[in-house]
Design a binder for this molecule. Structure first.
Ligand SMILES: NC(=O)c1ccc[n+]([C@@H]2O[C@H](COP(=O)([O-])OP(=O)(O)OC[C@H]3O[C@@H](n4cnc5c(N)ncnc54)[C@H](O)[C@@H]3O)[C@@H](O)[C@H]2O)c1
Ligand SMILES: CC(C)[C@H](C(=O)O)[C@@H](O)C(=O)O
Ligand SMILES: [Mg+2]
Length: 351
């Protein structure tokens, strides 16, 4: 098959981890006889520096006309440390998600057998964990009205959801649950928030369409605790934008590192694949960031094209690297730490 893939490297470690994912994807393409044409485009702080805005129209055109988007990470301390900056890299990410209609962010959490003993969590608690978050990605408090009043001394962000936005995300969760263990957890704060009560009401209304799926409704604060205490109790979780953002970073402790967590953002047209981590500015240019989250995002990209064997060879290579200790410093624990590039080279050579 022939693919055009938009390549948005972004900031910080973005270009370094993207380079490895490209290398590994090219190795997969060569092995299976595919042809990938990469379409690099600007985003994040790099785009602000170059053209004054974080998601330029030209980048959008490239994304919208490609078969998929592979995204690194955006964000730079010069913006993080300046709350008054009028334009921010993160605005580009949100604009991109909205304009591409990427309403469902799929964030799997699973354990790697060779890392079980390295987790700060007890092995018997996490062994066998295999859960997936469906995080709503284009609405909620991220996109509601926000601003300042009282001469700048009062700030507000509005959380807002429509029944339709909840329904389309929840359906993705129900459908995934049907393919898995038929267990769905709706994570909300319905004891306090009206938006969460609409989530609960809407999901309850969908239950009759999926009679085989057992649905539980849990408050987000309790899930934050139970997720690391009894992760195996969960299978498919659906939740709003902000709760999903927070809980999925927390879930990275179960897998072993932020540098291992991939995601797929799905919507109405093109799909996007990105690690859940950020631009990790402390590591930028040092060749120490773990590229596996981005490499595994590329695996999700192949799988989304229904190229399951292609996805599997990437996963097998990552598992082999972890088992053989070909890891970056986040997983080295005093042992030998390989560079970002060396891990990428190893993975590509083992495809
Ligand atoms: N999707 C995105 O592009 C995205 C996501 C999150 C944060 N950000 C941005 O990134 C910048 C930094 O944010 P942050 O420090 O809160 O989050 P971060 O995810 O960049 O880093 C948090 C921590 O996670 C670990 N980590 C992250 N990626 C890693 C990797 N590939 N290998 C090894 N360890 C890794 C590191 O310990 C790091 O200190 C900010 O500007 C933020 O807005 C962007
Ligand atoms: C950078 C930020 C806007 C983004 C989010 O909150 O969605 C990030 O944390 C993520 O998880 O992709
Ligand atoms: Mg996040």
């Amino acid at each position: 098959m022939k693919f055009n893939i938009a390549l948005l490297a972004g900031d910080g470690i973005g270009p370094e981890v993207i380079e490895q994912a490209v290398k590994v994807s090219d190795a997969v393409a060569e092995k299976f006889g595919h042809e990938i044409t990469w379409k690099p485009a600007l985003t994040g702080a790099a785009a602000i520096d170059a053209v004054g805005e974080p998601y330029p129209d030209e980048t959008h055109e490239i994304c919208a006309s490609s078969d998929a988007v592979l995204f690194g990470a955006i964000g730079h301390p010069k913006f993080d440390n300046d709350p008054t900056a009028p334009v921010r890299p993160e605005q580009g990410l949100l604009k991109m998600r909205k304009k591409l209609g990427l309403f469902a962010n799929v964030r799997p959490t699973f354990v790697f057998p060779s890392l079980l003993d390295k987790s700060p969590l007890k092995k018997e608690r996490i062994e066998g964990t295999d859960l997936v978050f469906f995080r709503e990605l284009t609405s909620g408090v991220y996109f509601g009205e926000k601003g300042r009043k009282d001469d700048g001394n009062t700030a507000y962000d509005t959380n807002m959801y429509t029944r339709e936005e909840i329904t389309r995300l929840a359906r993705k969760g129900f459908e995934a649950a049907m393919q898995r263990s038929k267990k769905l957890c709706c994570v909300d704060k319905a004891n306090v928030m009206e938006t969460s009560r609409l989530w609960r009401e809407t999901v309850q209304g969908l239950e009759k369409e999926y009679p085989e799926v057992t649905v539980s409704y849990e408050f987000v604060d309790a899930v934050a605790m139970r997720l690391v205490q009894w992760p195996k109790d969960y299978d498919v979780l659906i939740t709003e934008n902000l709760f999903g953002d927070v809980l999925t970073d927390e879930a990275s402790v179960i897998s072993g590192s932020m540098g291992l967590m991939p995601s797929a953002s799905l919507g109405t047209s093109v799909s996007l694949f990105e690690p859940i981590h950020g631009s990790y500015p402390q590591a930028a240019g040092k060749n120490i960031a773990n590229p596996m989250a981005t490499v595994l995002s590329a695996a999700m990209m192949f799988e989304n094209f229904n190229l399951l064997e292609e996805g599997k060879v990437i996963r097998d290579a990552v598992n082999k690297a972890l088992a053989e200790g070909i890891v970056t410093e986040d997983l080295a624990e005093g042992g030998k730490a390989y560079g970002t590039k060396e891990v990428g080279d190893w993975l590509a050579a083992n495809i």
